[in-house]
Write a protein that binds this ligand. Structure first.
Ligand code: MG
Length: 415
């Protein structure tokens, strides 16, 4: 069996869902998903010549070959998004050729049902971000509220009253997600408040702490203690300010507080984690076992959150999970993927012991379930079932995917 071709397609959803397909010389193929990045499909096409003619079953060796051929990227960065998507496609192809599900290639199954947590954003749901995190309006979206809150992820706004960022709206979103069967939720707390005056200072005032805590309390009051709730701060604060918020949130009993400070300084993160009684979660911006090593060794977080569409692949995800397990730490993978990428991540979550829950970030994407052949609900009762079907056990519905495909981008056509 030899690799005959590598092709890509991009669907414009709440993010650019980027697919990689590896074709074998017997006409079979596997499909993986990569975390968006500028010019990502160009990177995949650049890797294509070093893969053609190779045996797709040598997944780990091909991973190393791709890594060595992009070594100038420093062992992290966008090249890993491409490598990760290709690795997933290889595993899907190999699983299909052996007639086994991918979780068996990852060590076998601890669980059939993987718990999914619903990312609820704030009190509103629908927004779409391009690959430099610019807010964009797409034809399928209808009227978006995001125009109220700045043009990029960088502009969170200051001194604003936006209904979506009030406790009532948070409680409503929490109720909807809990009623849909989710037993774990996540909300953004780095949202515009009437009290923020300088978003660059990375400071938080007493009034702002109280306001953010009131949002968290609105969620907790609505869903009770049965439903676990995490809160995301998207790297907005300095150590002491993050801690003031963490201490004030203790009464809400968060599942975790995510990315309170930027991810680069492990010592500072360890300082936050040691002094907070709320579990701290980070890791969606770290790559490979090497990117997670110090965080685990220093116990700089309580829970790691690798993104399995970018951190280096599913075999690498297994190594990251094992590294965390060796330090008695749990994993809650970050995921902003389509149902295909979510399924791939669920295969790893089935195959490792130390999983809290896997993220689902597309509550408001109306065509999420339709993207897979069969169109059945991908998530039911807050869980995904990992089946015995070969590979990832799912296929893209190409008619649906094509409807939302990025204009001007190949749709699995030969380069
Ligand atoms: Mg996050």
């Amino acid at each position: 069996m030899r690799i005959a071709d590598v092709r890509t397609a991009v669907v414009e959803a709440n993010f650019d869902w980027t697919y990689v397909r590896v074709y074998a010389d017997d006409g079979t193929y596997g499909t993986g998903e990569a975390f968006m990045a500028p010019a990502l499909t160009e990177v995949v096409r650049a890797l294509r010549p070093i893969l053609i003619g190779e045996d797709p079953r040598d997944v780990d060796r091909l991973w190393t070959k791709m890594r060595m051929c992009t070594s100038y990227d420093g062992g992290s960065g966008f090249s890993f998004h491409a490598i990760t998507g290709i690795e997933a496609a290889l595993l899907d192809l190999v699983g299909k050729s052996l007639g086994v599900p991918v979780y068996q290639l990852l060590g076998g199954r601890y669980r059939e049902q993987v718990r999914i947590y619903a990312d609820c954003h704030a009190g509103h749901g629908l927004e779409s971000l391009g690959c430099v995190l610019e807010r964009r309006q797409l034809p399928w979206m209808g009227v978006s509220e995001s125009a109220d809150i700045g043009t990029t992820f960088y502009d969170t706004g200051a001194e604003r009253h936006v209904e979506a960022f009030e406790g009532k709206a948070y409680a409503l979103r929490a109720r909807e997600a809990a009623d849909a069967g989710f037993t774990a939720l996540k909300f953004d707390l780095d949202v515009p408040t009437p009290y923020r005056t300088d978003t660059h200072a990375r400071r938080i005032s007493n009034l702002e702490v109280d306001h953010l805590v009131s949002l968290a309390e609105a969620v907790r009051t609505e869903v009770g203690l049965d439903v676990e709730v995490a809160f995301d701060l998207h790297w907005r604060y300095d150590v002491e300010d993050a801690l003031r918020l963490a201490w004030a949130l203790e009464g809400v009993r968060p599942l975790w507080l995510e990315d309170p400070i930027p991810p680069e300084n492990i010592d500072a993160l360890a300082d936050v984690t040691r002094r907070s009684r709320v579990p701290i979660c980070s890791g969606e911006n770290w790559y490979t076992r090497h990117g997670f090593r110090r965080a685990c060794e220093e116990r700089a977080v309580s829970i790691i959150a690798p993104d399995l569409q970018k951190a280096g692949g599913l075999l690498e995800g297994r190594r990251i999970a094992d590294l965390a397990a060796a330090h008695y730490m749990a994993m809650a993978p970050h995921c902003i993927a389509s149902p295909l990428g979510l399924t791939a991540s669920a295969h790893l979550c089935a195959a490792v012991p130390n999983v809290v829950a896997l993220e689902f970030h597309a509550l408001d994407v109306p065509f999420f379930d339709e993207l897979l052949v069969g169109g059945r609900p991908v998530i039911s009762d807050g869980h995904m079932t990992v089946t015995d079907a070969p590979g990832f056990g799912v296929e893209l519905d190409e008619d649906v995917a094509r409807r939302y495909a990025r204009p001007g981008e190949p749709f699995f056509e030969a380069p």
